[in-house]
Write a protein that binds this ligand. Structure first.
Ligand code: G3P
Length: 217
């Protein structure tokens, strides 16, 4: 499973990259605003800065909600850097724009996906990634992980190559569950990734090994 980090914070992106397990980055307008990155030029520069830190795909989201606007913004984003994947909202014009970009060889991540039907449409339109938001489904008492299972089944039935990018991952167990269910990619916060490391028996065992080594030296 690929690991993407879901942030626009350059320090956290550098930390995940330094760990050696980072395959890409996802961002959205809310994550940009959280880092105080505002204004079109600053946002575009920030995408390039992110691409210069990581080796993998960097999802950059359009703001437009009409087809022409999405095409205009998406082409500008794709021109920024070869690692950019254009992120489009799961609405009718987003699907049209997805088909337009994929026909041109520009990769797309369909975002704000909350149902298996939306994921099926994204695959038919040729999306490189589909982003089901599992945490936001959990927030409304709907099993987000079940959506991953449904999409995996549908994609496998027909051999769709669209990658399931589990998004709105909030914690470490989400990552492990997504891996069990066959998500191709997960995107989450650095804290959820670092949580995979933690086990008290590792810490106790290491302390014991070091103490025993010291006894003999
Ligand atoms: O990857 C999608 C993500 O940015 C949304 O996460 O935690 O705001 O639901 P969250």
């Amino acid at each position: 499973m690929k690991f993407f980090i879901d942030t626009a914070n350059l320090e956290q992106i550098k930390e995940a990259q330094a760990l050696g397990v980072l395959d890409g980055v996802t961002t959205n307008p809310s994550l940009m605003a959280k880092e105080g990155i505002t204004g079109k030029d600053n946002i575009l520069k920030h995408y390039v800065a992110i691409c210069n830190i990581v080796d993998g795909d960097v999802s950059a989201e359009v703001i437009a909600t009409d087809f022409e606007g999405m095409v205009r913004e998406g082409e500008a984003l794709a021109d920024l850097h070869p690692q950019i994947v254009v992120k489009l909202p799961m609405i009718a014009d987003g699907i049209k724009a997805c088909k337009y970009f994929t026909d041109k060889g520009i990769r797309v991540n369909m975002t704000l996906v909350f149902s298996a039907g939306q994921a099926l449409l994204a695959a038919k339109a040729g999306a490189t990634y589909v982003s089901p938001f599992i945490g936001r489904l959990d927030d409304i008492s709907t099993d987000g992980l079940n959506l991953i299972t449904e999409i995996r089944l549908i994609y496998d039935n027909y051999g769709y190559e669209t990658e399931i990018l589990a998004a709105s991952v909030r914690h470490t167990m989400h990552i492990i569950d997504c891996a069990k269910l066959g998500a191709d990619v997960m995107t989450g916060p650095l804290s959820a990734i670092m949580g995979l490391l933690k086990h008290p028996l590792t810490d106790i065992g290491l302390a014991q090994f070091l103490a025993d080594y010291k006894k003999g030296n």
